[in-house]
Design a protein around this ligand. Sequence first.
Ligand code: GCO
Ligand code: MG
Length: 395
Amino acid sequence: MKIIQVKTILTSPNQNYLFVKILTDSGIYGVGDASLNGREQTVADLIDTYLAPLLIGRDPEQIEDFWQFVYRGSYWRGGNIMMSALCGIDMALWDILGKSAGKPLYVLLGGKVRDKVLCYSHVLGKTQEEKIARAAEYVRVRGLKVIRLRAGLPAANGTFKVNGHQNGPKVEPWTPEDEIYNTIEYFIRIREAVGRDVGIIYDLHERFSPDQAVRIMRKLEEYDPFFIEDPVAPDCVDSLRYVREKTAVPIAFGELYKSRWECLPAITGRWVDFIRCDIIRIGGITEAKKVAALAETYDIKTAWHGPNDVSPITHAVNWHLNVSEYNFGIQEDGTTDSLIHQVVTGGPLYRDGYLTMEARPGIGCDVDEEMAARYPFHKAYLPVCRQEDGSLHSW
Ligand code: GCO
Ligand code: MG
């Protein structure tokens, strides 16, 4: 089997996505997700102009070799753009392998070790009041076992709207002192609303300084968080260690990591309880299975990033990893946006607190190119945060 064509597909059904389609001379093709919120066009250009020509004529079954060829072979390593591009290709190659073997991806990864994939969903709403009312309703009506909340002042409502703006980033306010207070109050009110049996996750989105994160987490200890997500920025590894040493709250970390080497101190130091890389950001399935194996070695569980700005292809890959990994912890469920399901078919769906998927050979998803063209891509920026004095703050 030989690769004969590599296509990039940019589309925007409510949200920008970038897909990779690799065609072979056998008639089998594979699809992958290379979406990088706010940078999709740049990733597409990298694939079209640089990586696609390297793939033509290659054996699609040499997945590991291509990964190493791109990562090490070009001397300049990694980065978000390169790793996202590599992921789109990596997923498409695993998809081809599964289809040609007639086996779902999870079988190629070692086979199922569990039947159910526990997932957490986001509590959405315009105000805190609305979210508190919804949280209890979600648990009652939708059967959620674990819910997720995130930092964002009521005044900065829509802070995490990832559709972005076309002419430049929207500027959102950030007042850490208010936010510390709000986070604690909000968490306690949600705990009262849903009761003891529901897991509560809180995403701090890498926005707090280590001392601020510790202040929040210590106050929340007695309210039993399932985990606190990304309390500090990943840039300085000592920040995470500082937080770990000062609080007993379980920590999940890693959606900004770009490789297994970036995860290494957090894993070997046991500074985290859950490693939650974004599969696209670390270069795909080939790297994810290595991160999972490293984490297993240190008794750390996985909680792969799964927001709605990655497509159902990535949610499907997460599902295949989840069912075949010994050290699976929980999965973020970002599968709820309906328009994308017109473009990508076959992804997993949420049912009663679990992510379910009908297994088919390969990843099990397909991209409808005609449908994708009906939702033309347009450049969009993620927002930025500024503090009251005008200074920029991590978004
Ligand atoms: C999450 C993430 C997302 C990111 C988004 C950026 O935990 O799901 O924090 O909401 O903000 O992926 O594009
Ligand atoms: Mg997050």
